[in-house]
Design a protein around this ligand. Structure first.
Ligand SMILES: Cc1ncc(COP(=O)(O)O)c(C=O)c1O
Length: 407
């Protein structure tokens, strides 16, 4: 008997929720919202209510929903070839790898499916690079407050106890350093350091940018100790900060040896990548790494189309992101519950002096989607197509809700 759809009942949203609660692993705390479709910067629920989407599937739907150019490419390519494995060539991996190499300033690309999978590959690069020097050279420097994913390797370099505690013991040899603490960074490096992994703007950690001084010191120490510097740009990369990558915001650019990114690159289709310089890429020998799904024809072709559109949108990301930042700062002057506004481009965080969890729920009721990291930081990852008018709309809702909060 087919069970593809829940039975028709009076409240279809509730029946969808109930069925999930019974059969889906209860690892997610979902918001009470059942979405059914999207268009531009808006999502719609099963009742047809409209929500301004300032979270975009946690930074994935960078062109909003149902972008006509992406739809056209998906339709055409789905009829030709979706997946063929990495046993054969297809027309889109090479051009996409070339494009990403040019954008990142690095040389070779590996295609994965998610940010976590990219990080796992980067950890393998670090270990293989270290082993090429000495069996003791496997230590990794990572940052407190960081987030790199949920597998054992990526959790091992994630500096937040709440994600790690149930899964210990994790991978040995990881040293955590407080972000932007240059003295602690210097003390953590040694001859056995094989690599360092950092987010130039910590996302899950509450939209915390690294200072130029700290990132430059990390680069210099990695060079001094022959370690690989890995930038995890899963959340802060591929256009979101107003540059292709967050490390390109620095002048001069602090070029890592390896970059990992994922979220927006294929507009909702799973695609991640590692871009590496020649030294890091050489650590992975033929047969040393692989994936069944990564780099499929459909995902790669969509990514190429996305990158064409991104080039047209970069100035708007800077302009509208700047406008949003200024508007949030104005809000902070009126609402003392706001402690700080942080971030760049369309990756912005508002730190409150109280928990933001209820505000996020109330915002859903008002037709605005955002979320809260670290309990007190409202996180905004709007689509790259967002307009000043939509920013005004979001800020109006926020002003109303902030007025109800007690500092
Ligand atoms: C910086 C960073 N790294 C890694 C990940 C994990 O990515 P994914 O969920 O695609 O595996 C995330 C997810 O939010 C992230 O923000």
């Amino acid at each position: 008997m087919s069970s593809a759809l829940p039975p028709a009942v009076e409240n279809p949203a509730q029946s969808i929720i109930d069925l999930e609660r019974q059969y889906v692993l209860q690892n997610y705390t979902r918001y009470p919202l059942v979405v059914s479709r999207g268009k531009g910067s808006y999502l719609y629920d099963t009742e047809g209510r409209r929500y301004l989407d300032f979270l975009t599937g946690i930074g994935v739907n960078a062109l909003g929903h149902a972008h006509p150019r992406i739809l056209r490419v998906i339709r055409e390519q789905a009829g030709l070839l979706i997946h063929s494995s990495n046993l054969y060539y297809h027309a889109y991996q090479g051009p996409l790898a070339k494009r990403l190499a040019e954008m990142s300033g690095l040389e070779r690309v590996f295609f994965a499916n998610t940010g976590t999978e990219g990080i796992e590959g980067a950890i393998k690069m670090i270990h293989a690079h270290g082993r090429g020097v000495s069996p003791e050279k496997y230590e990794i420097v990572a940052l407190e407050n960081s987030f790199h994913g949920r597998t054992i390797g990526s959790l091992s370099i994630t500096g937040q106890e709440k994600y790690r505690q149930d899964f210990e013991p994790l991978m040995p040899g990881v040293k955590f350093v407080p972000p932007n603490d240059t003295a602690a960074l210097e003390a953590s490096f040694g001859e056995n350091t094989a690599g360092m992994v950092l987010e130039m703007i910590q996302g899950e950690g509450g939209i915390q940018p690294m200072t130029h001084e700290f990132a430059a010191r990390a680069r210099a120490l990695a060079d001094q100790y022959n370690a690989l510097l890995v930038a995890d740009e899963t959340q802060c990369g591929v256009g979101r900060p107003g540059t292709y990558f967050a490390y390109q915001r620095s002048s001069p650019v602090i070029l890592p040896d390896v970059v990992v990114a994922a979220k927006p690159i294929a507009c909702g289709l799973p695609l991640g990548f590692i871009a590496a310089n020649a030294k890091a890429a050489a650590a992975i020998k033929p047969g040393g790494h692989g994936t069944t799904f990564g780099g499929g024809a459909l995902a790669c072709r969509v990514a190429l189309e996305f990158l064409d559109i991104l080039d047209e949108l970069l100035p708007a990301i800077q302009r509208v992101g700047g406008y949003f930042h200024v508007t949030l700062n104005e809000l902070a002057r009126k609402h003392h519950v706001i402690k700080e506004v942080r971030g760049f481009g369309l990756m912005l965080g508002v730190e409150l002096s109280v928990s933001g969890k209820q505000l996020v729920l109330d915002a859903i009721g008002e037709g605005l989607l955002l979320n809260c990291t670290h309990d007190t930081v409202l996180r905004f990852l709007p689509p790259y197509i967002v307009t000043e008018r939509e920013v005004d709309q979001a800020v109006k809702i926020l002003a109303k809700l902030l007025g109800k909060l007690k500092p």
